[in-house]
Design a protein around this ligand. Sequence first.
Ligand code: ATP
Ligand code: MG
Length: 137
Amino acid sequence: MQRTFSIIKPDAVRRNLIGHINQIIESSNLNILASKKIYLTKIQAETFYEVHKGRPFFESLVKFMTSGAVQVQVLEGEDAVANYRKIMGATNPAEAEEGTIRKLYAESIEANSVHGSDSEENAKIEISFFFSGSELV
Ligand code: ATP
Ligand code: MG
């Protein structure tokens, strides 16, 4: 069993897609251990996407991620990191496979509806950034 971290991004929360996205997650052998709706602060969004600092899309990305509420979640299942990345689909929805969350719901390469950790190590860092141990059940 492995855990991963997910964000349902502001574009999807705004369009009432939390339930639709979680239906795909739950029917893909992933359990939702924790889930809460929050507003990211500018500093949280900058820290979260720090690896992209200096890229041309960084400032716009931070603005987008703080433009509305997000749903942060911890998912658990076999190969959760890779499994969730697969059902999310490619970063650019134009390149995402049929049936993936981004193919179904993303508005653009920026407003692409979901985040998922890209490694088990980053999953641990991201989970502890938003959740305390007692919230994971
Ligand atoms: P995430 O980290 O959100 O799960 P990802 O790992 O698929 O997405 P990254 O390369 O880490 O993709 O980019 C982080 C986020 O930055 C993307 O999900 C998207 O919202 C935004 N982004 C990435 N590339 C671009 C781009 N070329 N133009 C605009 N926004 C972009
Ligand atoms: Mg990424």
